[in-house]
Design a protein. Structure first.
Length: 95
């Protein structure tokens, strides 16, 4: 089970339904309808799904579908738009 560390260093378990990356999809990931279909297939609310990508258009579509999203800027890559960003997966702290 994923855990979260608060500012005082306490670790608590969290419940998350799914984590999906663009590499795991079989249809063009930039389509908002795809993300809605993923949520339905997982029987999860879109806000319970964390989508990770290094493509701004995919992050835009995920946001439009109501998914939580984080841009992963690998090796100094830039992601345009108003998306949360990290340099590595280690920086992602789930609530």
């Amino acid at each position: 089970m994923p855990v979260s560390k608060n500012s005082s260093g306490m670790v608590t378990p969290i419940a998350i339904s799914a984590i999906v990356t663009a590499d795991e999809t079989t249809i063009a990931a930039a389509l908002t309808m795809l993300f809605a279909a993923i949520a339905r297939a997982l029987s999860a609310a879109p806000a319970e799904i964390l989508f990770l990508s290094d493509v701004a258009a995919e992050l835009d579509a995920a946001s439009a579908a109501g998914l939580a999203r984080v841009g992963v800027c690998r090796e100094g890559a830039r992601i345009e738009g108003d998306h949360p960003r990290v340099q590595s997966f280690d920086e992602i702290i789930l609530p």
